[in-house]
Unconditional design. Sequence first.
Length: 234
Amino acid sequence: MRRLIIVVVVVLVLLLGADRIALVAAERGVAVTLQDAQKLKNRPEVSIGGFPLLTQALRGRYDQVDTTFTDLQGGDGLTIDRLDVHLSGVHLPLSSLLNQSVTQLPVDEASATGTVSYASLNAAAAQRITLPGLTVKFSQGTKGHIKISGTYSGFISAQLDGEAEISVRGRSLVVAPTEDSLAQVPSVIRGRLIALLGDSYELPPLPFGFTPDKVTVAPTGVTLKASASDVVLK
């Protein structure tokens, strides 16, 4: 009986070790594939859920994979600081993984949550708004809006205090000052300032063909939501 117990323990330890080795190999394989396919500067973090992992690796399908991308940069200088992606049903044959010959990554379902920090939005706005004497800062506003603050020093001086609606249109983040925004600014320059503040910023290409379909305002920045199904990352 004692020998049997020892044998069982040894087998379990070996299986557990093989399971952890398979986990490390699978997570690295997915991370490298994502980085190469998306031409990313930073390799994404990958975490594969479910236990045991070895059975998932043998059948070539992983139930749950979570990935985190950082510093995704767009053409207009706008950066998605962090993008958390949840994948369900990731197909990765064990033979392709072992041979390091992963050429595609089919995924059944995917959802993503991205954050554009106010620092990122402010930096992008600073590149676009070049009117001398105008400084602008965005932060969390009220009723789902973002707050506009800043100063203008030109032929007259004014303090900026208003709000803007924010939305997504295709691959762009759109800022639209509310109708009564900047009411305290003299009318002679109000229209021009509102036109300058209202703009669209191109978002960086998202993995898995994601297109943001929802945007909300949070204390740390603007939150983007997206989902996709039956996608193949090549």
